[in-house]
Design a protein around this ligand. Structure first.
Ligand SMILES: Cc1cc2nc3c(=O)[nH]c(=O)nc-3n(C[C@H](O)[C@H](O)[C@H](O)COP(=O)(O)OP(=O)(O)OC[C@H]3O[C@@H](n4cnc5c(N)ncnc54)[C@H](O)[C@@H]3O)c2cc1C
Length: 391
């Protein structure tokens, strides 16, 4: 590793920020990562927390372990505002100056009317703990009605998180079946779009429809959501869906700290970047992962693997700039949909890129492959096992 070649400040300790910090260190930059929590939440494996299949703690990894493995510094602080014109970041621990800044703060949830009556699989550790307790209470009661849904953001089609909602739905179904309780529970999926999940491709839509029919999961789609109350969901056509527990994942918007900052934002509040992850009009600020307004095909989606690619691309380009090299890498060709969609007792490999759509059913073993990925991610990012290319 070459030392003494500039400094970088990374904001956010998710997939994008961690990957940027790892790669910036590899490139020899003195790197500090600032995050409001001292761990990374490994989102793709949190789908097993509400069913009791995975303890919440196992879906996290302390940032200190990653910092030690790669030699970057971690500072726990909440970012309130970025003042790019003065090259500093305002946090609740004071102002931090920077030479090169990588913004990786993730997104924020939209807040439809009455959303406080719901909990979401993408709501972080507190909501995960609340969902787990609420599901357990219904299981203890021995019956209930659980409604699961997601919404989008009309200002940005990529700012939607449907995959994990389907995964949680199918995992709840499997858990209830295994406990012999499925007949005493109603499961209803709801979403405002006509064809929720369409971004994943036609194969994924067919797979999900087959799952809905086989497992008697009700569906309410194609009608805008008017709001939520303590009894359930209300729809724009005046109908309602009553449930004991509503698990709803709203569409995403830009992070609130960006609102008072002086970076260029998209209509949905995400940071506008070029194909090199460099913030438009800026020489020394990059934005990566969910925080950035994504370029790419119409069906593009904010995903963890794209966040990691952007973190790596930004780190490469920061290092190139610091070294005075003109070449730059682009993230755009890597934008695609890639996930192992878990169904509780199996999974499906879902891939969509410029080469087309692929759906490969992975009965039984797919569930274990996704679980193994979680362990691989933790071990490989700490340098305990080698990283496989592209993973
Ligand atoms: C339940 C779930 C399942 C998913 N499954 C998959 C999957 O199977 N495959 C896939 O590719 N993608 C999946 N995703 C999407 C993927 O997790 C996200 O796209 C990815 O986490 C984005 O990474 P990020 O680093 O940009 O943002 P985030 O992961 O949101 O990280 C943002 C970081 O910034 C920190 N932060 C936030 N605000 C502040 C602040 N004010 N000050 C300081 N720090 C702050 C946060 O603590 C966090 O460390 C899933 C997401 C969820 C929620």
């Amino acid at each position: 590793m070459e030392e003494g070649r500039g400094t970088a400040l990374v904001l956010g300790g998710g997939f994008a920020g961690v990957e940027a910090a790892i790669q910036l260190r590899k490139a020899g930059l003195d790197t500090t990562l600032v995050s409001d929590r001292d761990f990374i939440l490994i989102n793709p494996i949190t789908i097993w927390v509400p069913t009791g299949e995975l303890p919440l703690a196992e879906a996290t990894l302390p940032l200190a372990h990653l910092a030690q493995a790669h030699g970057f510094k971690v500072q726990k602080a909440r970012v309130n505002r970025i003042e790019a014109s003065a090259k500093r970041v305002h946090t609740d621990e004071g102002a931090l100056p920077y030479e090169n800044l990588v913004v990786a703060l993730g997104g924020a949830k939209l807040r439809p009317r009455g959303v406080e009556h719901t909990r979401g699989i993408c709501g972080g550790t507190e909501e995960l703990a609340e969902i787990t307790a609420a599901v357990q209470a219904l299981v203890d009661r021995g019956q209930g009605h659980i409604a699961l849904g997601f919404g989008g953001n009309p200002k940005d089609g990529s700012a939607m998180r449907g995959g994990p909602v389907f995964e949680l739905l199918f995992n709840l179904n499997t858990m209830l079946r295994k406990r012999g309780l499925r007949d005493r529970f109603e499961l209803t999926f709801f979403a405002p779009m006509e064809k929720p999940g369409q971004r994943m491709g036609e194969g994924a839509l067919e797979l999900m429809q087959a799952m809905f029919e086989r497992h008697r999961i009700h569906k309410r789609v194609g009608v805008p959501i008017a709001g939520f109350d303590e009894r359930g969901v209300t729809f724009a056509d005046g109908s309602r869906l009553d449930a004991d527990l509503v698990l709803f994942t709203p569409g995403l918007q830009g992070h609130p700290a960006l609102q008072g900052s002086d970076l260029p934002l998209s209509d949905a509040g995400f940071v506008r970047v070029d194909e090199h992850c460099q913030v438009e009009g800026s020489q020394d600020v990059w934005a990566v992962g969910d925080t950035a307004a994504l370029d790419g095909p119409q069906w593009r989606a904010k995903q963890g693997h794209v966040a990691e690619v952007m973190g790596r691309v930004a780190a490469h380009n920061v290092a190139a700039r610091v070294a005075g090299r003109a070449e730059r890498e682009s993230y755009v060709e890597h934008v695609g949909i890639l996930c192992v969609m878990d169904t509780g007792d199996g999974a499906a490999w879902v891939q969509r890129d410029e080469g087309g759509e692929r759906l490969i059913p992975m009965p039984v073993f797919g569930h274990w492959i996704k679980k193994a990925w979680g362990s691989y991610w933790k071990l490989s990012r700490q340098g305990k096992v080698p990283r496989l290319p592209g993973m």
